[in-house]
Design a protein around this ligand. Structure first.
Ligand SMILES: [Mn+2]
Length: 323
């Protein structure tokens, strides 16, 4: 941690980034550090791979986000700070820029699964969020502004599922209390994250509910969306990210799955479990990965109905064998 502080006190310039399909934790960290450095007169460039996700547009400093081609410095001059990244592959087309930086620091709370990004790693897989680790780094470097505190709070809130996942321990609440004292507004963050969905999402949800299929005597539920559905609703596949989690909330369900066509010829399967069934293993058996309760895999060039059948079979067999 001391080393990260030294690097942040260095001269930069800094380029900051996170994994593809950025979430509230990754982007919250990027923009917290960005505002922190900017306030201290340092050159800082927060990068995203593609158009920044609209649902996070309330994060402070969001308007400063750049695409890699708009970086006004050559990456060789920059120190890269990478947040919430467990494996190099999850940088997508940012990899080239990040790998060219003169130094790389990675702050993360995942267990390493794939090939890690070369650089200096600060990793604590027990931490509830990368924002939690970053909070510990930043608070010792001076007072946090309300904007920095709110960005960090958003990451912590989101990665703990609103302080209700198993990673929510006493220290998460202590950090949250300090962030609130520094100016983070819990009601505002909660409202922006949970009650600000685009209307298109409701159309997708209607389809997911209509098509739900209950299997294994009520212990599994599966539903699906195609590219045509996304087109007709005017939504991106990312908009359906947490529908599998919603399906799991049905009483009696141990495992849920959402099968969605993410691009032509490519189908993504999201799996959620209450914990009795290890969906990370299930996903791994299909070339994917993830966590005990949330995992996924992709299939290419296999017809949609076949993938649906595969998932039906997987869930039915794991529930019969596993119980
Ligand atoms: Mn995270």
């Amino acid at each position: 941690m001391e080393r990260v502080r030294k690097i942040l006190e260095g001269s930069g310039p800094f380029l900051l980034t996170t994994h593809i399909n950025p979430d509230a934790d990754g982007l919250g960290c990027v923009l917290a550090v960005h505002l922190f450095l900017k306030a201290r007169g340092r050159e800082s460039y927060p990068l995203v791979e593609e158009t920044p996700p609209e649902f996070l547009d309330f994060l402070h400093g969001f308007e400063d986000l750049l695409l890699p081609e708009d970086l006004p410095r050559s990456p060789e001059e920059c120190v890269a700070l990478v947040f919430d990244l467990s494996e190099a592959d999850r940088l997508g087309r940012l990899a080239e820029t990040v790998l060219a930086a003169r130094e790389r620091v990675i702050l993360d709370h995942h267990a390493v699964t794939g090939r890690p990004l070369p650089g200096i790693h600060f990793r604590d897989s027990q931490a509830p969020a990368t924002a939690f680790l970053l909070f510990q780094v930043l608070r010792d470097l001076g007072d946090l502004s309300p904007e920095v505190a709110e960005n960090l709070y958003t990451g912590l809130y989101s990665d703990t599922g609103g302080f209700r996942f198993e990673n929510t321990r006493e220290e998460a609440f202590r950090a949250a209390a300090e962030l609130v004292r520094a100016g983070a507004r819990p009601a505002w963050v909660g409202e922006r994250l949970l009650e600000n969905h685009p209307p298109a999402r409701f159309e997708l949800l209607r389809l997911v509910l209509e098509r739900r299929e209950v299997l294994a005597g009520g212990q599994a539920v599966i539903s699906w969306l195609t590219l045509k559905d996304f087109e007709e609703a005017g939504a991106q596949p990312a908009e359906a990210e947490d529908f599998a989690t919603f399906l799991r909330s049905m009483r009696g369900v141990e495992v849920s799955a959402l099968v969605k066509e993410v691009k032509p010829g490519e189908i993504g399967v999201s799996l959620r479990s209450r914990g009795k069934i290890n969906v990370a293993q299930l996903a791994a058996s299909q070339g994917g990965g993830g966590h005990l309760r949330a995992a996924g895999f992709r299939k290419k060039e296999i017809p949609f109905p076949e993938v649906l059948d595969l998932v039906r079979g997987l869930l039915s067999s794991v529930l019969e064998v596993g119980l």
